[in-house]
Design a protein. Structure first.
Length: 133
């Protein structure tokens, strides 16, 4: 399953939908706080936030499946973290989870804007699907 074309196509579709959903975040004055960070005061931002939880779960599931299927780091040259694209994926997924936990518990031990930058890197995951072999 970790390397099945149908699984990769599903994840590719989720990446594209996630990128599309991020385009719907509203930065109108009534939709942002004093630091210009989007809030859930607008319906569109609230919906995007809900979708973000869904996408985080999907990408976490993808990461776990690939780690179980390939191994995490030790055990050969084809393990999960030895692939640079998977390493990027690992950083993006972990940063998204940290950001989500910080939002849920309303804490900010790291600037949330920095964490959100990593979410923008998700569309870069499309690159391995079209690499020349």
């Amino acid at each position: 399953m970790a390397v099945a074309p149908s699984f990769d196509n599903f994840i590719l579709g989720m990446i594209l939908l996630n990128a599309l959903s991020m385009a719907f975040v509203s930065y109108d004055l009534k939709c942002v706080d004093m630091d210009n960070v989007p809030t859930n005061e607008c319906t569109s931002n609230m919906i995007v936030g809900i979708f973000e939880y869904f996408f985080n779960l999907i990408f976490l599931f993808e990461m776990v499946v690939k780690i179980i299927g390939k191994g995490f780091y030790f055990g050969g040259s084809d393990t999960y973290l030895k692939d640079p694209w998977s390493y990027l994926d690992f950083v993006v997924v972990i940063s998204s989870i940290v950001g989500t936990v910080m939002e849920i518990f309303e804490t900010e031990f790291i600037n949330l804007s920095v964490i959100r930058i990593f979410r923008v890197l998700r569309p870069l995951k499309v690159r391995p699907f079209y690499s020349i072999k």
